[in-house]
Design a protein around this ligand. Structure first.
Ligand code: CTP
Ligand code: MG
Length: 231
């Protein structure tokens, strides 16, 4: 059985402080988003893929992958959830159905490895809800008080960092996102919409280096450890 993919790529990257949205910054000679797409486009079980782009995006069309007929497009929205939802509707128009698996993956997460993708697909293939790649917290965790002092140390053993891809049945995810948006709940990932709808997504441990580029130092770190970077 195959899977569908939505890549939300309509953010502005305000925390990156760059001259363009971070998904279009160069990494090892190509735009970040091209690395991101590669892991999915090379997968034999991919059924279709949609990128959600800002309505006035001037960057996408100059990429090599803009002419790739396997890549569909949707218009992004003001919140990530809007961008993902528009992508899901586009997939339905391309022939996906509500019972199909869909993977949502950040455009700004270019270092996804095939083994992590396959692990997610395999471990969730018979799951009634779905789930997400995640990484156990490794540092000691402090909850801050209003005065900038430590209010308490939090139990690290139960804390995970939510990564992507996040994998759900298309119809369940669509309804959860629609309900969360209608209720005005702030959802920063697909799992939180599913949680809000009453489901318990499964945590699938992935590689810590599947980082989301969020701040300048994230891109510097990726550049240094990218294969061939030190040659
Ligand atoms: N995203 C999107 N539509 C939005 C907001 C975000 O498609 N309205 C996408 C981003 O392009 C990114 C992913 O969601 O690939 C993760 O979001 P985030 O890291 O927050 O990216 P930005 O919102 O672009 O960055 P920032 O929050 O720093 O402005
Ligand atoms: Mg954001």
């Amino acid at each position: 059985t195959g899977f569908w993919v939505v890549i939300p790529a309509a953010g502005v990257g305000s925390r990156m402080l760059a001259d363009r949205p971070k998904q279009y910054l160069p990494l090892a000679g190509r735009a970040l988003i091209e690395h991101t797409l590669g892991c999915f486009l090379s997968h034999p079980r991919l059924r279709g893929l949609v990128v959600s782009l800002a309505a006035d995006d001037p960057y996408w069309n100059s990429l090599d992958c803009a002419s790739d007929e396997r890549i569909g497009r949707a218009v992004g929205g003001s919140e990530r959830a809007d961008s993902v939802l528009n992508g899901l509707f586009r997939l339905l128009a391309l022939g996906a159905s509500d019972t199909d698996w869909v993977l949502v993956h950040d455009a700004a997460r270019p270092n996804l490895q095939r083994a992590d993708l396959d692990g997610l697909l395999e471990q969730l293939s018979r799951d009634p809800v779905g789930g997400l790649l995640a990484v156990p917290a490794k540092d000691t965790l402090k909850r801050a008080g209003a005065d900038g002092r430590v209010a308490e140390t939090v139990d690290r053993s139960v804390i995970w960092l939510a990564y992507t891809p996040q994998m759900f049945r298309l119809g369940m995810l669509r309804e959860a996102l629609q309900q969360a948006l209608a209720a005005g709940v702030r959802v920063t990932d697909e799992a939180s919409a599913m949680e809000w709808a009453g489901y318990a997504p499964r945590l699938i441990e992935g590689r810590a280096d599947n980082i989301k580029v969020t701040r300048p130092e994230d891109l510097h770190w990726l550049e240094q450890q990218w294969p061939g970077a030190l040659i």
